[in-house]
Design a protein around this ligand. Structure first.
Ligand code: IPR
Ligand code: MG
Length: 148
């Protein structure tokens, strides 16, 4: 199959790291402001950068988006997500991590208001709607970050 370089760059699968940041029975979610998954509730996280390991990416993305420092970062699972809606289709291998707050007294801040309406803690048994569809699919499939 032949293609040009620009097409390859746009369509190449990318890797993202997202974080189940857990506190008691709650998880941190924010409503996205983005071309992909706009207005849906999602985990903090984002694109894996060159040379990063998953734990480094998790800590950087959570800090950049929420101001929080995290600890006990561990790998949970991986999903393969194709986003075909909208003008720019994308394909992400999404790496799901779990972590706790480094200091339980920390309060999330909305550091990137152009990307998120704000962060809050939600009971796992009473999640907000609508969830970002990759997360919604995991929930519907019975995934539980507390018991994984
Ligand atoms: P950034 O890096 O802007 O935080 O990316 P994101 O939150 O849009 O995450 C990209 C991967 C998603 C779409 C699975
Ligand atoms: Mg993000």
């Amino acid at each position: 199959m032949s293609s040009n370089d620009a097409t390859d760059l746009i369509l190449a699968p990318k890797a993202a790291v997202v974080v189940f940041l857990l506190k008691e029975k709650k998880v941190l979610l924010g409503r996205r402001r983005a071309a992909v998954g706009d207005s849906t509730f999602a985990l903090p996280g984002g694109n894996l950068e060159f040379g990063e390991n998953f734990e480094e990416c998790a800590a950087r993305e959570v800090k950049e988006e929420t101001g929080l420092d995290i600890a006990n970062i561990e790998l949970l699972t991986v999903t393969n997500n194709l986003f075909v809606e909208g003008p720019k289709p994308s394909h992400y291998v999404t790496i799901f991590m779990r972590s706790a707050l480094a200091n339980p007294d920390q309060v999330p801040q909305n550091i990137e208001p152009e990307k998120c309406d704000g962060w809050d803690w939600y009971d796992w048994d009473n999640l907000p709607q609508p969830l970002f569809w990759p997360l919604e699919k995991m929930v519907n499939d019975g995934f539980n970050p507390f018991s994984s």
